[in-house]
Write a protein that binds this ligand. Structure first.
Ligand code: ANZ
Ligand code: ZN
Length: 874
């Protein structure tokens, strides 16, 4: 038997599927709909091995569901806008469009070489004018519905690159690319009102059983709902008047804080406000040192993370605030670097004993630390706080009328008192639900993105572009010679006519965040050529996506934006649903050992690893020099521990690559790419090929009238039918590695029976071989087709129905056990040999004769002697 040659076979079968238009899905075709989608790739240039894993998984599901009779939608496209294309343009003088489409062309070929059952007729790239045209329609619809708006907002501005930076692009206060000190600028930016759905986006997470728990928790934390109290602290009169006079500005009479712990009010020792709080600004007007302090803390990074990790710093404004529960008690008012302006009210009261940040701050500025929550079982006399705040449960103490209450009771008591204004004859607080979630800023000062389709008219202000003027196309003739947004300095593109008054207007030059592009592509796949963003009836029929598969790195932003955008599209009538992804699966990464030669990373291609007496050593393939084996890490170019899917597919074939990606570890865990693992997968490919060929050969030589040996046939059929049940179940649960293990087993069983001296059950062997090939097909589709031909199967495996198992073959042989009632034999019960005691008991009690003797009552005792006898005591 000749070795299986994947190279020739794979292209042949890919062509056969394409010619048969097998994977071109028709809307409303026969069968229940099933939409399976892998997160679409960014066209960076080449697919990486993580893509192979992701798409192999999705393809198994798609092929399996198709065989099960579903009408499967399994499309592919490109998340094609974004910075890397502009970087390439700056570095290599190539147009972002050319760079992007060349990458797409290369990657499309790579994906095609994997033999994925994709409907390529629905392919699009988000940078296609056809796509972003519809995104502009959506933008204008959101604008009409109050879901898009413009406001001033603070941004990180890189003065050298002349661009806005995301928080992650600011490193130690400097631009990641230019190294320039980042400035805070106020720019008018476009936002999507995601906060309008904050509560809904949160509660709906409880109704997504098809999502991993960890992703739901991450989204919950991101949305960050907290129930608290807005508490107004009056400013002590003297200082307030002094400041107000000096600045001529109305410093408020009070400062309002947001707290989730009003129960700890008696432990308060200071008020702190954000650098941008009006109180801080007013105070800085008369205090140059405070002004310096404020500019210093503004420089040190604006990300929540930067703020949380920075050393706590504050400046005493000299103002004093009056404690809301005790008019005789005042605390100092600081400006502090750990208070964020855009959360709550931008002001807090600090309770050092029970909040770590407050404690760090209090220690730095010698402020009192008064514990007010006593851990259960602690002694009030001895309990004190050192360097760790106590944030647990307990009983309130040192708190006057709150003493003895739990924190929750204390919360309610304080809330009631302050809400009703018992103490000062006016309400001093109100309950408030706060969200961490902010509106989504979508403005980017970049060229390679979807233009925001509005105009700025001198007379009419901001005007949406008229729909007949859409799309607002990106100009082609741009240059990247200077930093900044090429759209801003384009000589003519900005000049336009106001659709309202016909006067002169300037185009908006901001483009949309690329997360907008990926927030609705799954809906566009349902009608990729429609004139409108969707055809609602068609979209509603296909959506939600039944199984979405992608990396956990998208657990928050992409998935949350998509959930928001789906709701926004619903409001505008483009779809009629809230949740876009019914099932979500986040696959693990592909990791690889690292290698070093004198501190320099070495590619696995130039390394041979040897194992001797259980220890592994490595040397360079080219020079033979010894190499240090390093830790196993995510594949990355910088560590050179990448393998190129093209190389793997070129030398072993796509089926081997797919099989290995599916076989080695549970799909939600990381998989370690090893050469030996790939070789193992390839050996299995060859083995399967041999078993099928040998089987077919021997079957051909068996005389037609020869009949099966009954017991041998039964064993074989059992193995095959159990494999059908098991593999189906594994695929349904996305436990691909388990399915693989079962198929190894089935091949072993078949191989033994085929190589036996006498083929005792030819008919059963024929059946089992066909089943094997069909079960393997979703994972190794090319090999399966080739084997199908060998077995003389009709048509393509890819268009066969999924094999159906015979349920009677799943149970082991039955056991018949005698049943005694009160020591006297009354009958027999037959149960599966594998039945548990509970199952045997249930079957026994269900016997009519036992039922009769029980007369509706319960037995006193049931004694099961496994494999022997059952005694019922009534
Ligand atoms: C007093 C207090 C005592 C607090 C205590 C906590 C523990 P979450 O749960 O995230 O909503 N806070 C409020 N606004 C803030 C801002 N703009 N910047 C920084 N911190 C702010 O957190 C609410 C708590 O975070 C609030 O409750 C407040 O501190 C602080 F033992 O008030 B707390
Ligand atoms: Zn106008």
């Amino acid at each position: 038997i000749e070795r299986y040659n994947p190279r020739a076979a794979e292209t042949r079968w890919q062509k056969a599927w394409t010619d048969a238009k097998l994977f071109e899905t028709q809307d409303g075709a026969e069968g229940e709909k099933y939409y399976v989608l892998e997160m679409f790739p960014y066209p960076s240039g080449r697919i990486h091995i993580g893509h192979v894993r992701n798409y192999a998984m999705g393809d198994v599901v798609a092929r399996y569901k198709r065989a099960k009779g579903f009408n499967v939608l399994h499309p592919m496209g490109w998340d094609a806008f974004g910075m890397p294309a502009e970087n390439a343009a700056m570095q290599n003088k190539v147009h972002p469009r050319d760079w992007t489409y060349a990458n797409i062309a290369a990657m499309r070929e790579q994906l095609k070489s994997m033999g994925l059952s994709l409907d390529w007729s629905r392919e699009f790239a988000t940078c296609d004018v056809d796509y972003y045209h519809r995104q502009q329609i959506l933008f204008l619809d959101l604008l009409k519905n109050g879901l898009a708006y413009r406001r001033k907002s603070k941004v990180n501005w890189d003065p050298v690159d002349q661009t806005v930076l995301a928080n992650e692009q600011v490193i130690d206060g400097r631009g990641w690319r230019s190294g320039a000190l980042v400035e805070q600028r106020e720019l008018t930016q476009w936002f999507f009102r995601i906060t309008q759905f904050a509560d809904e986006l949160l509660t709906a997470l409880d109704h997504l059983p098809g999502w991993p728990e960890k992703v739901r928790i991450m989204q919950k934390n991101w949305i960050g709902r907290s129930e608290g109290l807005l508490v107004r602290w009056a400013l002590a009169d003297n200082e307030r008047r002094a400041t107000a006079q000096a600045t001529g500005e109305g410093v408020g009479r009070e400062v309002e804080v947001f707290t989730t712990r009003p129960d700890t009010l008696f432990g308060a020792s200071f008020i702190a406000v954000a650098a941008d709080h009006p109180l801080a600004r007013a105070a800085a007007a008369t205090d140059p040192r405070l002004a310096d302090f404020i500019s210093e803390i503004r420089r040190s990074g604006t990300s929540t993370e930067a703020i949380e990790t920075a050393e706590k710093k504050g400046y005493d404004t000299g103002l004093r605030a009056v404690h809301p529960l005790d008019p005789q008690w005042t605390v100092p008012v600081y400006v502090a670097n750990f208070v964020l302006m855009d959360y709550g009210t931008g002001a807090i009261f600090g309770c050092p004993a029970h909040d770590q940040r407050d404690l760090d701050f209090a220690r730095a500025y010698q402020l009192p630390v008064q514990p007010v929550v006593l851990p259960t079982g602690s002694d009030a006399a001895c309990f004190s706080i050192a360097n760790e705040a106590y944030t647990g449960e307990g009983t309130l103490f040192n708190s006057q009328f709150l003493d003895g209450l739990t924190p929750a009771e204390g919360f309610n008591k304080v809330a009631e008192m302050l809400e009703t204004g018992n103490l000062s004859n006016r309400p001093q607080a109100e309950r408030k639900v706060n969200f961490r979630l902010r509106d989504w800023g979508i403005s980017r000062q970049r060229y390679w993105g979807c233009p925001i389709p509005v105009l700025h008219c001198e007379t009419c202000g901001v005007v949406p572009e008229a729909s007949e003027n859409l799309p607002v196309k990106l100009p082609d003739d741009i240059d990247f010679d200077k930093p900044g947004n090429p759209l801003d300095r384009h000589p003519t593109w900005r000049n336009a006519t106001c659709p309202e008054c016909g006067g002169k207007a300037l185009r908006e030059t901001d483009t949309m965040d690329t997360f907008v592009d990926s927030s609705w592509y799954f809906a566009r796949f349902t009608a990729p050529h429609a004139a409108e963003p969707t055809v609602p009836a068609v979209a509603n029929a296909w959506l939600p996506v039944d199984q979405y598969i992608g990396g956990v790195e998208h657990a928050i932003l992409h998935l949350l934006y998509s959930r928001f955008f789906t709701r926004a599209m619903s409001v505008c009538g483009h779809v009629n649903l809230d949740e876009p992804f019914k099932g979500l699966f986040t696959q693990g990464m592909v990791v690889h050992e690292t290698y070093r030669d004198n501190g320099e990373w070495v590619s696995p291609n130039d390394v041979v690893v040897e194992e001797k007496d259980g220890t592994r050593s490595a040397r360079r393939l080219s020079t033979g020099a010894p190499i240090e084996i390093g830790s196993i890490e995510k594949m990355s170019k910088s560590k050179k521990n990448v393998v190129d899917p093209d190389d793997i597919i070129g030398s072993y074939g796509a089926d081997t690559a797919r099989w290995f990606m599916l076989s080695d570890s549970p799909p939600d865990r990381d998989v370690i790419w090893t050469e030996s693992g790939v070789e193992g997968a390839h050996r299995f490919v060859q083995r399967l090929w041999r078993v099928v060929n040998e089987g077919a050969e021997r079957l051909n030589s068996v005389a037609a009238e020869e009949s099966d040996d009954e017991s041998a046939a039964k064993q074989l059929r059992k193995a095959a039918h159990r494999a059908i049940a098991g593999v189906s179940d594994d695929i349904e649960r996305l436990a691909f590695n388990k399915a693989v293990a079962r198929l190894y087993e089935l091949v072993n069983t078949l191989s033994a029976s085929i190589s036996a001296e006498k083929m005792s059950a030819p008919a059963a062997t024929r059946e089992a071989l066909a089943i094997l090939v069909q079960l393997v097909a979703p994972m190794m589709p090319h090999l399966a087709e080739e084997c199908w031909v060998v077995l003389g199967g009709k048509g393509l495996v890819a268009s066969q129905g999924w094999p159906v198992y015979d349920a009677t073959l799943l149970t082991d042989d039955e056991l018949v056990l005698p049943v005694q009632v009160n020591g006297k034999k009354r009958g027999d019960v037959s149960v599966a040999a594998t039945a548990t005691k509970e199952e045997i008991e249930r079957a026994t009690l269900a016997l009519p004769v036992v039922q009769e003797l029980l007369a509706g009552g319960q037995p006193k005792r049931v004694v099961v002697v496994p494999g022997r006898i059952i005694n019922v005591v009534v």
